[in-house]
Design a protein around this ligand. Sequence first.
Ligand code: ADP
Ligand code: 5GP
Length: 227
Amino acid sequence: MSIVYIVSAPSGSGKSTLVTKLFETVRQLDFSISYTTRRPRGSEQSGKEYFFVSKPEFETMIAAHEFLEHAEVFGNYYGTARRFLRQAESHGNDLLLDIDVQGASQIKGKIPQAVSIFILPPDREKLEWRLRNRGLDSDEVIRRRLDTARREIENYEKYDYILVNNLLQQSADELKDIVLAERLLRSGAKPTPEEARRIKTAQACRLEQARERVQPILASFNPQEVK
Ligand code: ADP
Ligand code: 5GP
C-alpha cells in the first residue's frame, strides 16, 4: 500500500524549497497536485503547481465527492483529489501532499497511518526575513502571514514529525531521512548501517523528541510570553 506523506508549514518556512529538493533525490514518490480557486501567481501553470479552477467548478467537484479533503485557506478553496492516491497506488508509488493544517487533520482522520511532517522556521524574525527576501508579498500580506503562522504553529502537536528548517541542506537531508526511514520501517527489512543512521536521524525529528526545540520558536511568536 502507498505511504501518504503530509507536509505542512507556515508560509515562508521553506516548504516548497525542501519539497522540490526531496523530489530531486527520492524515487517512486508522486506529488498530489491540488485544486484551488486562487489565481495563479507568477509563472505558475495549471496542472503543474495546482489545477486552477473556478469556484463553481470546485463546488461541482465537492458534490461529486472527488476530494479526499478540502478546505478554505486565505479566502480560497484548496482540495486534494482522490484520483492522485488511486494513481499512486496503481503505480506502486508513495504520495506526498502539500496541504494546510485543516487538510492534514482531515487526512489523518481518514488515513491514520499517513505520515505527517510539520516544517517550522527557526524563529519569527527569520520567517519575516525569508518572506521579505522572497519578494512576493506586500507588507500587509506579510503581516497577515506572520499572524497566521503563529496560529498554525500552535497545531504542531498534531504532527508525527517536526522539522526546524534552519540550515537548508541539513533540513533537506532530514526530510529525505524521514521519508526513507518510514519506508524502511514499514518494509520490516533488517536495516543496513546506512539505513540505521537514517532511522536514527528520523527518530530525532519525531514529535516526542522535538517538543523542547519547538518551545523557543513558539515563544518568539508570542513575545509577551518570553520570560
Ligand atoms: P514556503 O513554500 O514554505 O512558503 P519557500 O520555499 O518559498 O517557502 O521559502 C521562502 C524563502 O526562504 C525562499 O526565498 C527560500 O529560498 C528561502 N529559504 C528556504 N529555506 C531556507 C533556509 N533553510 N535558509 C534560508 N533561506 C531559506
Ligand atoms: P499557496 O496559495 O501559498 O500555494 O498555499 C496556501 C496554503 O494552502 C499552504 O499552506 C498549502 O499547503 C495549502 N494547500 C495547498 N493545497 C492544498 C490542498 O489541497 N488542501 C489543503 N487543505 N490545503 C492546501
